[in-house]
Design a protein around this ligand. Structure first.
Ligand code: PMV
Length: 332
């Protein structure tokens, strides 16, 4: 049996960090994909290879599937792919550690591959895959909102909210970026020294330590992030460029207030703003050195490329709203 699964990357348009505290966020799947190929063997051997970071996460994902299928007890599932052996290969076009959902995509891809191998009709069960991938995110980050795994699983544009641990809701927004507003660019400022989990913890320690209930200053920032997430969404839907750009600008300032943007990324954002564009970090950020991905909006592509070049950074266009996890190939 050979199964090929592909999963998109993601960006957060607005609402990262606040989403951990129950606020809404808007995210979009992007057209840089990760591919997982699962091939069965008959010698009982198991191989896992990945060019998307370390394989610990993929092994955690495999264990989550085994738990779900109750295959971890000795003797269970004797005729399954798990005992007969397999080769799992992960190839990715999603930059690692940049806030583009590469680890969520790897977990979703590995889970989807084994679930497709194991289920009778070999179909993709998005909800099940998403629930299992969330468990892997929890092992990885401790207290994730679930926005990363949901966005790469379901694709498109997601308006996401975690009300409680047992109630994570999202609405798949039925819109696309209007042609005249197709001016998004991605600049990778570099892999942060901190993990997503550490950045979430940094915010918690800064604003919530010993302050129960949460202090008013923090609540104000969270409320303001909610407002700009709504403004960004309305800007895209209403094709109102000014509204969208102002929302991105305000969102960046709020993220800086939260303390998740490093000086290097701040400098680049200010330069983009000085030439008439707008930019924000997308994802958890980083403060020791680099801050991961910058989402840039500018009507002049060359102006953005010039700034990226000055800092020797990669700059690419972003197709937002890509399809979620999908089965690309199945040979039974
Ligand atoms: O993994 P990243 O860098 O895309 O960050 C995820 C977004 C956060 O809000 C910072 C964390 C979360 O779990 O929602």
């Amino acid at each position: 049996m050979k199964i090929k699964i592909s999963v998109p990357g993601k960006i957060i348009l607005s609402g990262e960090h606040a989403v951990v505290y129950g606020k809404p966020a808007i995210a979009a799947a992007v057209d840089k994909r990760l591919t997982v190929t699962l091939q069965s063997r008959d010698d009982g051997k198991r191989g896992v290879h990945s060019d998307a970071g370390d394989t610990k996460l993929i092994k955690a994902a495999i264990n989550v599937v085994k738990d779900e299928l109750k295959l971890r007890k000795k003797g269970a599932g004797r005729h399954s792919i798990f005992t007969n052996g397999y080769e799992l290969n992960v190839e990715s076009k999603i930059p690692v550690g940049a806030g583009m959902g590469s680890s969520a995509a790897a977990a979703v891809g590995a889970i989807a591959a084994f679930m497709v191998a194991y289920t009778k009709n070999h179909s993709i069960d998005h909800k099940k895959i998403n629930d299992l991938a969330y468990r892997v995110e929890k092992i990885q980050h401790g207290n994730p909102s679930g926005i990363d795994n949901s966005t790469v699983t379901f694709g498109g544009f997601l308006w996401y909210r975690k009300e409680f641990e047992f109630l994570k809701t999202f609405w798949k927004l039925q819109f696309k970026i209007a042609d005249k507003m197709d001016n998004f660019y991605l600049i990778n400022t570099g892999r942060p020294d901190e993990t997503t989990g550490e950045m979430v913890q940094t915010v918690r320690e800064r604003f919530c330590k010993k302050k129960m209930p949460i202090g008013t200053k923090f609540l104000q920032i969270l409320d303001n992030i909610e407002s700009v997430a709504k403004q960004a969404t309305l800007g895209i839907k209403g094709e109102d460029e000014g509204m969208l750009m102002e929302a991105i600008r305000q969102n960046e300032l709020l993220l800086e207030k939260l303390g998740v943007v490093g000086q290097f990324a701040k400098n680049i954002v200010r330069e983009i703003e000085a030439v008439g564009g707008t930019a924000k970090i997308s994802g958890a950020g980083g403060i020791k050195d680099k801050s991961g991905l910058l989402l840039v909006y500018h009507t002049d592509k060359r102006a953005v490329e010039k700034i990226a070049k000055k800092y020797s950074l990669e700059c690419s266009t972003a197709e937002l709203g890509a399809e979620g996890v999908k089965l690309d190939k199945l040979i039974v």
